[in-house]
Design a protein around this ligand. Structure first.
Ligand SMILES: *Cc1c(COP(=O)(O)O)cnc(C)c1O
Length: 355
């Protein structure tokens, strides 16, 4: 006799352990290559001595620090075990069976997975020929069943970002009872002044009585805490309230809470690192274009090569040079921008790819 499990989960891939390549340069997960700042390591080490205690389940100190930084009320922000967990909580809090989640595609790989795990339906809206979110097609795809829309900007994996006018046009067209979640995992790497700060846009919408706009951010990318799992959601209080109801108790661990607080205290130093990555992004993109590649303008800490059918061949070529990139079969390859030395190793691999 076999235990009865959900038949709809059969279409999800089973867990496969990640492959590690000793000595390789890892440019596959949009992490920062430099380690955490010494002040952050010290805060984690000190907190380790108290790890026999449960963490503060509500992460009150971190929530208060975020509210101060973002100039919102404490009931307008909540933290989660990585922003990917907050994505899942948002769907759980808005969708019952038959309700729809809408998102661009290709975009963040977690959207389709968490949507299916919750049991909601999904609508994927193809990107434009320029690898950007297709605002008009997304507006046209909203139905009365759409409860939640993820707007990934800058978009993972293509790096393109919506301008203020594009984002505002989208928000104006979406019904007020459909929650729009602006996923800004890469906000700290944005350099184009036409790309707005999502939290500022959300606050303007709230001031006009539009309570359906939320923003997701994470400590995993710019703040270099991917291994600790902590992200946050900024949203109107009623949205925060329901998202907290579907929270797994103690989901944000004690070390993550102190590390996030220490990182906020060292923000200037971390953001200076981001500026170096942004400068490297410009250099790497220019050299790739020079070498004959199509590379969409990126506002994130990665670039996208829309190689289509040659994506997996490019992946194998990079692996042979001990460079681990992220390839999507038949579509393209995403490469994280890190330090000049690592970027140079990747550029050498890209230049030697037979074309
Ligand atoms: C990396 C990423 C996240 C964040 O993940 P965490 O769970 O916070 O590590 C969220 N959204 C997008 C688009 C991402 O690329």
């Amino acid at each position: 006799m076999t235990v009865r499990t959900r038949a709809d989960l059969e279409s999800l891939p089973s867990y496969v352990p990640g492959r590690s390549l000793p000595g390789a340069i890892k440019l596959a997960s949009n992490e920062v290559s430099l380690g955490p700042l010494p002040s952050v390591v010290t805060a984690i080490a000190e907190a380790a001595a108290r790890i026999n205690r449960y963490p503060d389940s509500g992460a009150a100190e971190l929530t208060a620090a975020l509210a101060r930084k973002l100039d919102v009320a404490e009931d307008q922000v909540t933290v989660g075990c990585g922003s990917v967990t907050l994505c899942q909580q948002l769907i759980q809090a808005t969708c019952a069976e038959g309700d729809e989640v809408l998102f661009p595609w290709r975009s963040f790989e977690a959207y389709p997975i968490v949507t299916q795990v919750v049991g909601a339906a999904q609508t994927r809206v193809p990107l434009t020929a320029g690898h950007a979110l297709d605002v008009d097609a997304m507006i046209a795809a909203v139905t009365p069943k759409t409860r939640l829309v993820f707007v990934c900007t800058p978009n993972n994996p293509t790096g393109t970002a919506l301008t203020r006018s594009e984002l505002e046009r989208f928000l104006a067209a979406v019904p007020e009872d459909t929650l729009v979640v602006i996923d800004e995992a890469y906000r700290e790497f944005v350099s184009n002044p036409e790309v707005p700060d999502g939290v500022a846009v959300a606050k303007e919408q709230w001031a006009r009585g539009r309570d359906n706009v939320a923003v997701l951010r994470t400590f995993s990318k710019a703040y270099g805490l991917a291994g600790l799992r902590v992200g946050y959601l900024v949203a109107p209080a009623p949205v925060i309230d329901v998202v907290r109801k579907v929270f797994i108790p103690f989901g944000v661990n004690a070390l993550a809470q102190v590390a996030a607080l220490a990182s906020l205290a060292a923000e200037d130093e971390l953001l200076a690192r981001c500026r170096e990555i942004v400068a490297e992004r410009g250099r790497v993109r220019a050299e790739l274009v020079e070498a004959g590649y199509e590379v969409p303008e990126s506002e994130a800490n990665f670039v996208w090569l829309p190689l289509g059918e040659r994506a997996m061949e490019f992946n194998e070529h990079c692996l042979a040079q001990k460079v681990v990139v992220r390839a999507f079969a038949g579509d393209g390859v995403r490469i994280t921008i890190t330090t000049p030395d690592e970027n140079d190793v990747f550029l050498a691999a890209a230049r030697s790819f037979p074309r």
